[in-house]
Design a protein around this ligand. Structure first.
Ligand code: PLP
Length: 372
């Protein structure tokens, strides 16, 4: 279906490719780069983003759930795809048919994988998940990992990898990440002693990849920073990334409002002086957070103009009194490349007391992604 409404995101393929190449240079030649494309590539669009990242040199793809991996296979991608999260037993057969790599941390699922692989007479690759201190998923103790691996009675089931995930790698205080890393190294050493070598050992997300090069091991799993976002302000000097997504709209009505005339639901704002108000066709139904009411801003002709009144489901009002030369063809940018004078996603996230990850993920499917 064509998009008629003048509200869109621009996804810069060149920025995405730049970020992939920058990470490829940042890591050793024998370390693989897994591009993390879960949650519709953090809202950037799964298929187009994955394609751009692979063309730019990413080695593999990582997703959260089996449905995302199947979508990638159906689009024709044949690189290894790791599913980070839990895969229910019901999905194991289909995952195997699509040559997906499963994360395993329960005997129950491993037993199912063994049965499926034997039945299909087909190699199934798995990665074992170690909990080194996030306490989300994975097994923590060496003994638990030993007894899990004893359940692998099939020569078709190949333990290609073992990994963990850091909970605090964006913290400038590195003590907890060091502790997690040591735990992981210890457990891996013990497991390999009895089970034999596991070729792909990995633990780094974006933050750890940037801040702790000595932890890269055989592969890094980079998500948010491939989209040009820094997990922490202190990382900006360590690597030069380019912001990928910007969110834009154009006004559908521009009008004069008199002092005291309230704008939007709840009459939360009324100008003190005669004002010019533009209405733009985007709202919280598109993932523009309602918490930006009377708080957020846009950039118009390189100047900042505030959101006034409440953000509605489909529309939002902007005070453009101080901006010259605005008409129905003028772009209003909610966030974009800060090097081009736009409001950064980091600033929007700070205003909302959240992280930039959440904002791009939330941009709704009603808004088209234009790859430029
Ligand atoms: C989401 C995720 C990543 C990527 O994290 P970023 O902070 O976006 O780089 C890496 N590994 C796992 C297991 C994840 O769930």
């Amino acid at each position: 279906m064509p998009h008629y409404r003048p509200t869109w995101t621009e996804i810069s393929r060149s920025a995405l490719a730049h970020n992939v190449r920058t990470f490829k240079k940042y890591i050793d030649e024998d370390c693989q780069l897994m591009a993390v494309v879960k949650a519709d590539a953090y809202g950037h669009g799964l298929i187009d983003s994955a394609q751009t990242m692979l063309e730019a040199g990413a080695d593999r793809l990582g997703v959260a759930i089996v449905e995302e991996a199947i979508q990638l296979r159906q689009a024709g991608f044949d690189v290894p795809i790791l599913i980070f999260g839990f895969t229910p037993k019901d999905a194991v057969q289909e995952a195997a048919a699509y040559d997906l790599t499963l994360t395993v941390f329960t005997e129950d699922v491993l037993t199912e994988v063994v049965q499926v692989a034997e039945r299909m007479k087909k190699q199934v690759n798995i990665h074992i998940k170690v909990d080194s201190g996030m306490h989300r998923i994975g097994l923590k103790q060496t003994e638990a990992l030993h007894s899990l691996l004893e359940k692998n009675t099939s020569s078709y089931v190949y333990v290609e990898g073992i990994f963990t995930h850091f909970s605090d790698a964006d913290n400038e205080d590195i003590a907890y990440t060091n502790q997690q890393f040591s735990h992981f190294l210890h457990v891996v050493e013990e497991v390999e002693k009895s089970y034999g070598p596991i070729p792909v050992k990995h633990c780094c997300n974006s933050a750890a990849t940037i801040a702790f090069p000595h932890m890269h091991m055989d592969m890094v799993r980079v998500g948010v920073s491939l989209y040009g976002l820094y997990p922490g302000e202190h990382m900006k000097e360590m690597i030069q990334l380019q912001q990928v997504m910007s969110l834009k709209t154009m006004p559908v009505m521009i009008k004069d409002v008199l002092p005291g005339e309230p704008i939007s639901y709840g009459r939360s704002y009324a100008p003190a002086t005669p004002s010019i108000i533009a209405t733009v066709p985007i709202g919280y139904g598109d993932g523009l957070p309602r918490a930006l009411s009377n708080k957020g801003a846009v950039i118009i002709n390189e100047k900042r103009a505030p959101i006034v009144g409440r953000v509605c489901m489909d529309q939002t009002m902007i005070d453009i009194t101080s901006i010259e030369e605005v008409d129905e063809r003028t772009a209003f940018t909610f966030f974009g490349d800060p090097h081009k004078g736009h409001i950064s996603l980091q600033e929007v996230a700070d205003q909302l007391d959240t992280i930039h990850y959440e904002i791009t993920c939330q941009i709704g499917k009603r808004i088209p992604r234009y790859y430029i």
